[in-house]
Design a protein around this ligand. Structure first.
Ligand SMILES: *Cc1c(COP(=O)(O)O)cnc(C)c1O
Length: 379
């Protein structure tokens, strides 16, 4: 089976992990700060807090911004469930904003309309979480403008988008339009640490809070304590945190992977251009992306999706669907969402198929995908 996404592990990655294995610290050593430094350098964000997943990073990002019971958090329905679950972990309520049929990202006009309606009902969101779907940046300048007007904070879910840029040219992770930006390092994403994630921010207070929350709410910083330390052994728990730490094994793998980030993105663009060229005359909708996309996914939309999907799977192509709208998940049905409120997410979900795209996809295997898709569409 040709998968839709797959990690690339080189000998230098293995060497990097082995050297941590043979060192004094498997966790809480020097590799995590080194990885955080590398993330800041590549994205332009001032502070990076590495964690054991993007899900954990989204959770502590919400907490750092004060999300709690009675608050609303809005996100895109066209995302992985973690983009919404993070708000529920904090006791907040979740709502969704329909997508733009072109970019498949949160629609700015739908957001503006929903904000206007919600202002009247005193139900404005505390935080909005735009998701850079497939690696294509949301219209962050417009979302930031609405944030200033309506007073909400922004967490960018950039799980698909490390190495990408905004329309304005700034790098994703620079947090020039948001309070916090979250990356994922799951093996199907752009670079991997096996499991792992990170939160980037330019605000020292948010970075400090997220560092505290990723490690039990415990501090050794005397400035944060309620009294002078009793001695050199002394630490205090000053908040209710978690164990969301990344290990040094993972961070060393991440540092090694980041050296190939630009090459990975270039390779994804090569593959995407080949698809665009080979599929242009077929009865399907091609994705719209620009030169600054990280191209985590390559999604086409077809009629008779189920038949085409099954034919591709039967031919050994590991196609996938990203995503069933989150409000359609059985767990979310208790909140009473109505699919009719999200016509573009519905229309997209009925037609979407993610084709294989990853740096090590061979030209031969991509030709096979193209051939099988042509066959399925003409059947
Ligand atoms: C993968 C993903 C996550 C969760 O990432 P983990 O690192 O697996 O926790 C969150 N949001 C989106 C959009 C994702 O694709």
């Amino acid at each position: 089976m040709i998968p839709y996404g797959r990690q690339d592990i080189q000998p230098e990655d293995i060497d990097a992990v082995l050297s941590v294995l043979q060192s004094d610290f498997l966790t809480q050593g020097e590799a995590v700060p080194r990885f955080e430094q590398a993330l800041c350098e590549l994205s332009g964000g001032q502070f990076a807090v590495a964690m054991n997943s993007a899900t954990s990073a989204l959770h502590v990002a919400c907490l750092a911004l004060g999300v709690g019971a009675g608050d609303w958090v809005w996100t895109s329905p066209n995302s992985f469930v973690a983009s919404a679950n993070c708000a529920l972990y904090c006791g907040a309520r979740v709502d969704f904003v329909d997508i733009d049929p072109q970019t498949l990202n949160m629609s700015v006009s739908a957001l503006a309309e929903k904000l206007k309606l919600s202002a009247g009902k005193n139900q404005l969101p505390k935080v909005v979480i735009p998701v850079h779907f497939a690696g294509q940046a949301c219209d962050m300048a417009a979302i930031k403008k609405l944030a200033d007007e309506y007073g909400f904070a922004i967490i960018e879910d950039a799980s698909h988008a490390i190495g990408g840029r905004y329309a304005s040219g700034e790098k994703i992770g620079a947090c020039c339009y948001s309070d916090i930006t979250v990356f994922s390092f799951h093996p199907v994403k752009i670079v991997t640490t096996a499991e792992g994630g990170a939160a980037l921010t330019n605000r020292a207070d948010l970075a400090e809070k997220m560092r505290l929350l990723r490690s039990h709410g415990v501090t050794r910083d005397a400035n944060l304590m309620t009294q002078a330390p009793d001695g050199a052994w002394y630490y205090q728990q000053i908040d209710l945190g978690f164990n969301y730490r990344m290990t040094d094994l993972q961070a060393a793998l991440g540092c090694s992977q980041l050296r190939r980030l630009d090459a990975y993105i270039a390779k994804r663009h090569e593959i995407a251009v080949r698809y665009m060229d080979a599929l242009q005359d077929l009865p399907l909708t091609l994705p719209s992306f620009d030169a600054a996309s990280a191209l985590h996914l390559f999604v086409v939309q077809v009629e008779e999706r189920k038949r085409v999907f099954d034919a591709l799977r039967a031919a050994g192509i590991g196609v996938n669907v990203h995503y069933m709208p989150i409000y359609r998940q059985p767990f979310y049905q208790r909140f009473g969402f109505s699919p009719a409120d999200f016509p573009h997410a519905e229309h997209y979900y009925a037609r979407a198929i993610s084709l294989p795209i990853f740096p090590k996809l061979s030209a031969g295997n991509q030709e096979k995908v193209i051939l099988e898709l042509k066959k399925a569409l003409s059947a």
